[in-house]
Design a protein around this ligand. Structure first.
Ligand SMILES: [Zn+2]
Length: 295
């Protein structure tokens, strides 16, 4: 297992990163949780439970976690929730939808078990719908729903500090998404709407820092515009190809495959490894479901 601890913003934010070092993986996939004045944002993956326990035991009384917020219920974010609650008595907060999902736990496919550990244990969490004030009352985090990656995903925003904790709501590149038969159903139009909503909300935050779960810290809200442009571009091109290929007589699977070929060359290897759960095909299908005015 690989654990990295990094401090940000004059040591006000501690980032705890975890990755499994499974030999079968070409490189480690990291997930991050952040500790800010006693508030832990997300809890890593089930496979990191013991490492998280060691980390909590290593904290001094000033640093100690007094509450935890789960952004969304994917196993790489909610993996330590049950343990933190039962072994340390730390209250777990989440959105109403997330609380219901956390209650159930989750069993997921083998390829995700390899990366994140065996299964997500059920966890008891409390619904929160008002801002979170941290331990020493230094920080106030607003809840900011960002659907698209997961319907229950809620980001946290500290307006005065210009910090946004987005978990997986902002990705480095939109080349494939979850869908098909997976329990994770991403929706590219909702991802776009959430990015746009965040861009509007952060107006005048010229020093915005966007803390992601696996892709580091993104600086500046222009990133959000770039992401939106990237998706808009894919959206327009997909619909253009779709219209052209329909005229040429393409339909069904062949049509989707041809759009993938035109846009990306071919389906990604991950698409094959995940049996289509995470694929370019899902991205194209989602882009086509999202109607384009004037095309
Ligand atoms: Zn996720």
């Amino acid at each position: 297992m690989v654990v990295h601890i990094t401090y940000h913003c004059n040591n006000e934010i501690l980032e705890w990163q975890w990755a499994s070092d499974n030999d079968l993986m070409p490189y480690p996939y990291f997930t991050s949780c952040y500790l800010v004045d006693g508030l832990l944002i997300d809890t890593g993956a089930p496979g990191g439970e013991n490492d998280l326990k060691k980390f909590v035991n290593s904290l001094n009384s000033n640093q100690m976690i007094d509450k935890c917020f789960i952004t969304h219920t994917h196993e790489d974010h909610a993996g330590g929730a049950s343990m933190l609650n039962t072994e340390f008595g730390i209250p777990i907060y989440a959105s109403e939808k997330a609380v219901d999902l956390l209650k159930k736990g989750n069993i997921y496919p083998k390829y995700r078990q390899m990366v994140w550990g065996q299964k997500l244990l059920p966890a008891r969490a409390i619904v929160i719908d008002k801002p979170i004030i941290t331990k020493s009352k230094k920080y106030k985090f607003r809840l900011f729903p960002m659907k698209g990656h997961a319907p229950e995903l809620v980001a946290l925003i500290e307006k005065d500090q210009q910090w946004v904790f987005v978990a997986d709501a902002v990705q480095p590149k939109y080349k494939m998404i979850f869908g098909k038969n997976s329990d994770i159903q991403e929706d590219i139009s909702l991802i776009y709407q959430s990015l746009s909503k965040l861009y509007e909300f952060t107006e005048n935050m010229n020093d915005l820092l966007i803390f992601s779960a696996g892709n580091g810290i993104l600086q500046g809200r222009e990133i959000l515009i770039k992401k939106m442009e990237e998706i808009e571009n894919l959206h327009i091109k997909t619909h253009e190809y779709h219209r052209k290929l329909l005229k040429e007589g393409y339909s069904g699977k062949k049509l989707i495959r041809k759009i993938i070929k035109n846009l990306f060359g071919k389906e990604s290897i991950i698409g094959q490894l995940t049996q289509g759960d995470l694929s370019r095909e899902n991205l194209i299908v989602s882009l086509l479901k999202w109607e384009k005015k004037g095309i």
